[in-house]
Structure formats: structure tokens, C-alpha cells
Design a protein around this ligand. Structure first.
Ligand code: NDP
Length: 315
């Protein structure tokens, strides 16, 4: 198999990966970055990004990622198409197989593979992607001021998103499949007593409808039970909050993860516990999951990589 040796390998092309590449490039680490399955990451599926500092008028998600990519290129990052399919982090230099056909041996590795929001798996979610269906209230909630939205899920994320959206929308349905919320007590209380939030317990969504975007959802109460009830609710936005899946599978034999798969790092740093291997962005962050926090952790990872290489006398 073809083998290439590099000093700094970055996997992933969201804000964490590109920011790591900008810093690593400027530190003369000649970083190589593989973009992965979805070049540009999750932000390429959103419309306007209005909360990334530095853009007073907002910027489209794809444009922001284009800009970050161009900035990384400008400082010498070698950005390539390709997906990491296998890793061996048992000893340095670390080995990463790309597309099953090429091996990269690297002194430092920055894992920035992100997380993927879970969807219900309805055809309509794809049909209305970017037209009323979203998996990020903080990103897209602003577009639903004084409108009616639904949030699906019963965990802390769903409750948090419902409360956030209730500050903007005129009404929020929280669609929960069980007869209770799984969220922490305090979040449950806030949701249940919020005048703008109506919790639909024991409800499932089976479809969406609308002419030029979401206008409503087909829901089923007590699905499969003798007293099952099917009806429609009128909504303008449909938000998924049923969890994320961190893209950490190929690193799991080596790095520590929590029970969901988020990579565990040491304290407030991106260090994974394997010397020279760092994790940045959503793959290691179940809590904030914002472009700016991902970019910040990408920066930290590159600084750590530079220090590690310099201590080993490799730069
Ligand atoms: P969770 O896994 O905690 O909750 C997922 C929710 O989605 C559950 O209510 C689950 O239902 C529901 N769900 C899953 N699949 C489906 C489906 N196919 N159809 C309908 N409903 C579905 O994920 P979260 O993202 O909410 O939280 C992840 C972790 O992050 C948790 O540990 C949470 O506590 C933490 N967190 C903490 C926050 C904070 O402290 N401020 C904020 C946000 C998250 P069911 O209960 O039936 O399985």
C-alpha cells in the first residue's frame, strides 16, 4: 500500500478541522487535511449563520466554510478529498488509512470528524431539508420568529431547544414519543410550565406536508394502541433534537469515549491521552456544538500539536 509520512494530519473539514489547519499551516507544520464524507461539515447544510463573530450581516453556511477552507489553503494546508477508513494509534507514528487504499503515517493527529444529527428517517425530512426541517435551533430558530414550530425529542437537548425557540416563536410543540420526558428535572419543569410550549406526550411524527416548505406535520398519538389517534398540526418549522452521533467509530479502539461515543479529552484541552493525538470540535463536545466553539478547539489542537512536535524536536 502506498505510504506517505506527514507531521500533522487533520481529519475532518468543519470549523474545527479548518481552524486547526489554519493554525498548523501558520506554524509551519505542513498539515494535510482530509475532508471526509461531507466536505465543509454540518454547516454546509444550514442556510444563514448569524452567530459566528465577525459577520455583522451574517453569512451563508457554505460560504463560511469556503472562506475557512481558502484561509487554510493560504497558509499551506494540503486539503484533500478522502475518507479515513481505518486507524492504528497503537504507537507513533500513527497510521491512518485513506479510502482503504493509502496509508498516512503521522506524528500528530487531529481528529475533527464532527457529529451527525440523528433524524427520524422520514422521506419528508429530506424533502424539506433547509425548507423548514432543521436539527439546530440555535442556528435556525431566528427564522421562526412569531411562527409555530415543533421540536421532536424528550431529552435535555429537546427541552433546551424548545425553551430557546419559545423565546422567538409564537408557539412550540414538543413531540415526545414516551409518556414522560427523559430530560433533567429542572428542564422538565421549565418546559412543562412554559406557556408557549405544548408537550404532546406519546406522539410520533409520521410525515410532513406543505407547498413551498413545511406547513404541518402528520402526527399519531399512542401509535399502534387500540385508541390510536391520527391528526395534523400546523407548523412552520420542524426541529429534530433526538440526539447526535459523534463520528468516532474508527478511533474507538484507541481513544477513550463516553457511552454515546464522544471522545473524552483531558480537562479543558483537546488531548486524548495518546501523545500527539488530539480531538477537536463536535466529535468531542456533547454540550456546546457550535461553529465557534469547534473553531476554538481546533485552534487549541493545532497549538498542542505544534508544542508536541517542537518538544520532540520535529519542527
Ligand atoms: P438524549 O439521548 O438524552 O435524548 C434523546 C431524546 O430523543 C429522547 O427523549 C428519546 O426518546 C428521543 N428519541 C430518540 N430517537 C427517537 C425517535 N426515533 N423518535 C422520537 N424520539 C426519539 O439526547 P440529548 O441530545 O437530549 O442529550 C444528549 C446528552 O447531552 C444527554 O446526556 C444530556 O443530558 C446532555 N445534554 C445536557 C445539556 C445540559 O446539561 N444543559 C443540554 C443538552 C444535552 P426516549 O426517551 O423515548 O428514548
Amino acid at each position: 500500500m502506498e505510504t506517505e509520512k506527514v507531521k500533522c494530519l487533520i481529519i475532518g473539514s468543519g470549523p474545527a478541522g479548518y481552524t486547526a489547519a489554519i493554525y498548523a499551516g501558520r506554524a509551519n507544520l505542513s498539515p494535510v487535511l482530509y475532508e471526509g464524507l461531507q466536505p465543509g461539515g454540518q454547516l454546509t447544510t444550514t442556510t444563514d449563520v448569524e452567530n459566528f463573530p465577525g459577520y455583522p450581516e451574517g453569512i451563508s453556511g457554505p460560504q463560511l466554510m469556503e472562506d475557512l477552507r481558502a484561509q487554510a489553503s493560504r497558509f499551506g494546508a494540503d486539503i484533500r478529498f478522502g475518507i479515513a477508513t481505518e486507524t492504528d494509534l497503537s504507537a507513533s507514528p500513527y497510521k491512518v488509512i485513506i479510502d482503504g487504499e493509502k496509508q498516512i503515517e503521522t506524528e500528530t493527529l487531529i481528529i475533527a470528524t464532527g457529529a451527525t444529527a440523528k433524524y427520524l428517517g422520514l422521506e419528508d425530512e429530506k424533502k424539506y431539508a433547509g425548507m423548514g426541517v432543521s436539527a439546530c435551533a440555535t442556528c435556525d430558530g431566528f427564522f421562526y420568529r412569531k411562527k409555530v414550530v415543533a421540536v421532536v425529542g424528550g431529552g435535555d437537548t429537546a427541552c433546551e431547544e424548545a425553551i430557546y425557540l419559545a423565546g422567538l416563536a409564537s408557539k412550540v410543540y414538543l413531540i415526545v414519543r414516551k409518556p414522560y420526558l427523559r430530560a433533567s428535572k429542572i428542564m422538565q419543569e421549565r418546559v412543562l410550565k412554559h406557556e408557549k410550549i405544548e408537550v404532546l406526550f406519546e406522539h410520533n411524527t409520521v410525515g410532513l406536508f406543505g407547498e413551498n416548505g413545511v406547513e404541518g406535520a402528520h402526527v399519531v398519538k399512542r401509535m399502534g394502541e387500540p385508541d390510536e389517534e391520527r391528526y395534523d398540526i400546523a407548523i412552520d418549522g420542524f426541529f429534530l433534537a433526538i440526539g447526535h452521533k459523534p463520528n468516532s467509530d474508527i478511533f474507538k479502539p484507541w481513544v477513550r469515549t463516553d457511552e454515546v461515543g464522544y471522545i473524552l479529552t483531558e480537562g479543558n484541552s483537546p488531548r486524548t491521552g495518546i501523545p500527539g493525538v488530539f480531538a477537536a470540535g463536535d466529535v468531542a463536545d456533547p454540550h456546546y456544538r457550535q461553529a465557534i466553539t469547534a473553531a476554538g478547539s481546533g485552534c487549541k489542537a493545532a497549538i498542542e500539536a505544534e508544542r508536541y512536535l517542537s518538544e520532540k524536536g520535529l519542527v
